[in-house]
Ligand binder design. Structure first.
Ligand SMILES: *Cc1c(COP(=O)(O)O)cnc(C)c1O
Length: 356
């Protein structure tokens, strides 16, 4: 890493978080199964540190431009952050957010811990007006799940900064390959590494990335205490996935852009929501819930499943979840476009749509 120019994401994803290039070193950090360490060094205990986490954290931190902390799931990362919000402080959050995040906000509010204000994140004026001196955090995804809305991150960051609030961007959908919120001024990035980062629908893990060293120390201290830590094998799998993240995102994005174009021309599709980046596309099926439910069971390649970001294409009708926002149309199907051949994906989808 001696070159003057910063390395590009595709290079960072492959090279960061590896042992030094020295004789007999393994090329990859091995899985370290250890609950405790011989005293006298800095490691001490397995809840505090693990080489398999550290390798993953170095790579993700390098990709996001900050320091990363691995958590046992995306929700463990989300709750670690929301737990820090002071008594009765306000969290301004996008009304279309991950259902688990909205669930934790509602739970904390019901127990009198915090106050939440839900906003339309595409309406920057509304977001700015909702931020006041009681606001501790401004929290959103961009693109949002599953509405695929895009937030004006720098404008929201400026308003939050003026009010003394911190900005959290859940960067799960965009991935660090397509968007680096810290570079846009956000204070905290949260990831469900379960999705694109691990990328193979076989591991649950989460992460937080921050630029500010004191904030890193606070969050590391919280993780040490609460024990929301990943297993070494999970961290190893997530890092193995991250090595190919730029390639997978590139292919999934190209497939998604092409499918969005073709879907927009199909008579059974009322609306296509694609923000022009990434592998996530939402479509509104004409006729609502009924035909949408038929569609998700009529394909052979596309798998009817929740979650996203795997190499395989999956989709689901979001309103099948009782907690999904009523502002999401009944017929909205969220597609997580994989890395298969786009013509095969289209033939499968078109066949199912033609049969509606
Ligand atoms: C899945 C998801 C989460 C939660 O992550 P888990 O790993 O399932 O706990 C948080 N935010 C977004 C945007 C997600 O898609």
């Amino acid at each position: 890493m001696t070159s003057e120019k910063p390395l590009k994401p595709a290079t960072v994803a492959v090279h960061a978080g590896r042992p030094p290039h020295e004789p007999d070193q393994p090329l990859n950090t091995p899985i370290t199964m250890a609950s405790t360490y011989v005293a006298g060094g800095g490691k001490e205990y397995g809840r505090y540190t693990n080489d398999s986490w550290t390798a993953f954290e170095e790579a993700l931190g390098a990709l996001e431009g900050g320091r990363a902390l691995a958590f046992s799931s995306g929700m463990a990362a989300v709750t670690a952050l929301l737990d820090l919000v002071g008594q009765e402080s306000v969290v301004v959050a996008a009304r279309h957010s991950y259902l688990g995040t909205l669930g934790v906000l509602a739970d904390l509010e019901a127990r009198g811990r915090i106050k939440s204000r839900l906003v339309d994140v595409t309406d920057t004026d509304e977001v700015v007006k909702a931020i006041d001196e009681d606001t501790a955090l401004v929290w959103f995804e961009s693109p949002t799940n599953p509405a695929m809305e895009v937030a004006d991150i720098p404008a929201i960051v400026a308003a939050a900064r003026a009010a003394g609030a911190q900005v959290v961007v859940d960067n799960t959908f965009a991935t660090p390959v397509l968007q680096n919120p810290l570079a846009l001024g956000a204070d905290i990035v949260v990831h469900s590494a379960t999705k694109y980062i691990a990328g193979h629908s076989d591991v649950l893990m989460g992460a937080i990335v921050v630029a500010e060293p004191s904030l890193y120390d606070v969050l590391k201290g919280r993780r040490d205490l609460t024990g929301a830590i990943p297993g070494p094998f999970e961290a190893w799998l997530a890092l193995r996935g991250l090595r190919t993240l730029p390639l997978r995102v590139e292919r999934a994005s190209a497939n998604a852009a092409e499918l969005a174009r073709r879907l927009a021309e199909h008579p059974r599709i009322e609306e296509v929501r694609y923000p022009g980046m990434g592998g996530m596309v939402s479509v509104v099926v004409a006729g609502g819930a009924g035909p949408a439910d038929v569609l998700v069971r009529a394909t052979s390649l596309w798998v009817h499943a929740t979650s996203l970001g795997g190499v395989e294409s999956t989709f689901e009708r979001r309103r099948r979840w009782k907690a999904e926002a009523p502002t999401i149309p009944e017929g909205l199907v969220r597609l997580s476009v994989g890395i298969e051949d786009v013509d095969d994906l289209w033939a499968d989808l078109k066949g199912a749509l033609d049969g509606l």
